[in-house]
Unconditional design. Structure first.
Length: 553
């Protein structure tokens, strides 16, 4: 843990894990404050998990979540009240410690000189200068700009790094900045194979700093909100970055808290999910130890990232149980909120062959609403002609896919549509309201599958169109909705679904070589051996193999 001491009463730290709490207690901390909202990162334990660990150590813990950059005076006042009333010393944490330090700075603004606040925070590595401006001259922050860049990219995930690399490949002199507070970057398509014992979790992780393209400035901060009328992005700590063109691709938010009781039992009591980095290895542990009983695999309402991932986990688990001779003792059920097994009908026959072979029960129109881990009971809202009814299902194994929404700072922004996603033209990926704003990846409202393969195709389109908006080129590029979902139906075989808008098939290979509608060992080889290096060394390096953008007109 990287704990920084702001005062005798308060220290701050980046995200802590439940396993860190005994060490925190041993270090003498008497209380914990969490300032990070749940669901910000794919590797983030929930507040409830930390709270349970703290309760076991007898440490009081409080939840005061702050959306990055949207720190209010009321929140600062509440932080000051908590700091006064809780036993000391107190440890506060968020993603990086910046929000906790900012809350402290604002809460102490009336009792400490601004210079002392700046100095103490600076010694801990936190620049609170923008907050000091806010304390001494609130109106000055409206027009003050901390940095100016030609192109600003929000998000250093697959989409953001790929766009930055494609831009620099087209124009090595272009001034590009990428904003993201995360230290690590994850190859999330690999987590399905981590949950099946094929990949080690460590193979899916790289440092963000090693991936940001050379010449691109990395602003290691979280975005608070957007001010597109002033071509400005506001960061946590109230810093402001101005742009000529803006690219928005922060991913989406996994809403674990939308399922009652789930956060109390994730990673225990047979409850797991391949949608979180630290839980995918637990999936494989459960698969290996399973001796029979009821195994539930859930899928929430759309949209979700990688719509095939919920059933990939199911097929690979069934295959492992079949190989070990315990599948006959398993009652496997696919509990999906949808009305079909897969959204593109051409791939359903091959998938149904495996559903029958594994003896899987398909239960449509069922939405997971609660989990009682101690009693091992899952509660579902079941669609019925006269409305919804409630059904409780005992389980021995539960793989959960949480509901998924746009990040909070996107939903609250002028860039969003009514559902909270960035509102763009589905072809050019340009904002419908702001001509110098683009979006791609999971946060965009394009009606395509939210997959890394989609981002791989979108990134060159956005890179081209950003330069077109800067007066370069004669025509805009067009994204056709391409997405790919390698459906791992057994270890060694994949149904390779590739399609564009409207579910139109879009195979990358001739059918004599690889027919994606049929399970294939070649497709497995592609998923296991080819796609990871294509991701790390191709897509994230601006090499647009099989991804050259198509021009409009």
């Amino acid at each position: 843990m990287n704990i920084k001491h702001l005062s005798a009463a308060l220290s701050v730290a980046p995200q802590i894990a439940p396993a860190d709490v005994p060490e925190i207690a041993a270090a003498g901390y008497k209380a914990i404050i969490c300032n990070r909202p749940d669901g910000e990162g794919a590797d983030q334990p929930s507040f409830r998990e930390v709270e349970l660990a703290a309760q076991a150590e007898g440490i009081p813990v409080r939840y005061l979540p702050v959306i990055p950059g949207q720190l209010s005076d009321a929140q600062a006042g509440e932080f000051g009240r908590l700091l006064d009333e809780l036993p000391k010393p107190v440890l506060a944490y968020c993603r990086t410690g910046m929000r906790s330090a900012s809350l402290w700075g604002l809460s102490r603004g009336g009792s400490m000189p601004p210079a002392e606040i700046l100095a103490r925070a600076g010694e801990c590595g936190y620049d609170l200068s923008a907050l000091v401006r806010r304390m001494v001259a609130p109106d000055s922050r409206v027009d003050f700009v901390d940095a100016v860049h030609q192109v600003v990219i929000v998000g250093a995930g697959a989409a953001g790094i790929a766009v930055a690399a494609s831009l620099r490949a087209r124009d090595p002199d272009l001034d590009v900045a990428i904003i993201d507070p995360a230290d690590v970057h994850y190859y999330q398509p690999g987590w399905t194979l981590v949950g099946a014992g094929v990949f080690d979790a460590g193979e899916t992780v790289r440092a963000v700093g090693a991936l940001v393209p050379r010449g691109v400035r990395w602003i290691k901060s979280a975005v608070s909100h957007f001010d597109p009328e002033r071509d400005t992005v506001v960061l946590e700590g109230c810093r402001r970055v101005r742009y000529k063109q803006l690219v928005v691709c922060p991913g989406l938010k996994l809403d674990w808290g939308a399922i009652a009781g789930l956060e109390d039992t994730l990673g225990a009591n047979g409850v797991t999910s391949n949608y979180r980095f630290d839980l995918a290895p637990y999936t494989w542990e459960l698969v290996q130890s399973f001796r029979g009983g009821t195994a539930l695999f859930t899928q929430p309402p759309m949209p979700i990232k990688c719509a095939g991932a919920p059933q990939k986990a199911m097929y690979l688990s069934c295959d492992a149980w079949r190989r070990r001779g315990v599948l006959d003792q398993a009652d496997v059920r696919f509990e999906t909120a949808g009305t079909a097994l897969f959204g593109v009908a051409d791939y359903v026959p091959a998938l149904m062959d495996y559903v029958r072979a594994y003896g899987i029960s398909l239960d449509f129109g069922r939405r997971l609403t609660a989990v009682d881990g101690a009693c091992r009971v899952a509660t579902f809202a079941v669609a019925a002609p006269d409305g919804e009814r409630v059904e409780q299902v005992p389980f021995d194994f539960l793989h959960v896919v949480p509901p998924q929404v746009a990040p909070d700072f996107i939903r609250a922004s002028p860039l969003a549509d009514a559902a909270g996603w960035v509102d763009v033209d589905q072809s050019t990926l340009r904002s419908k309201r702001y001509p110098n704003v683009f979006a791609l990846g999971d946060a965009a409202n394009t009606p395509n599958a939210k997959t890394a393969a989609a981002a791989r195709k979108q990134a060159p389109v956005v890179a081209h169109n950003v330069l077109f908006a800067r007066g370069r080129g004669a025509r805009e590029a067009r994204y056709d909705g391409y997405g790919s979902c390698p459906l791992t139906v057994e270890r060694g075989k994949i149904v390779l679904a590739e399609f564009t808008y409207g579910g139109k098939l879009a195979p990358s290979f001739p059918s004599w070589l690889l027919d994606g509608r049929k399970p294939s060992r070649l497709a497995w080889l592609l998923k296991e051996r080819i796609l990871p290096p294509l991701y790390w060394q191709g897509m994230l390096r601006g090499r647009e193999w099989l991804a050259k953008p198509e021009m409009v007109g």
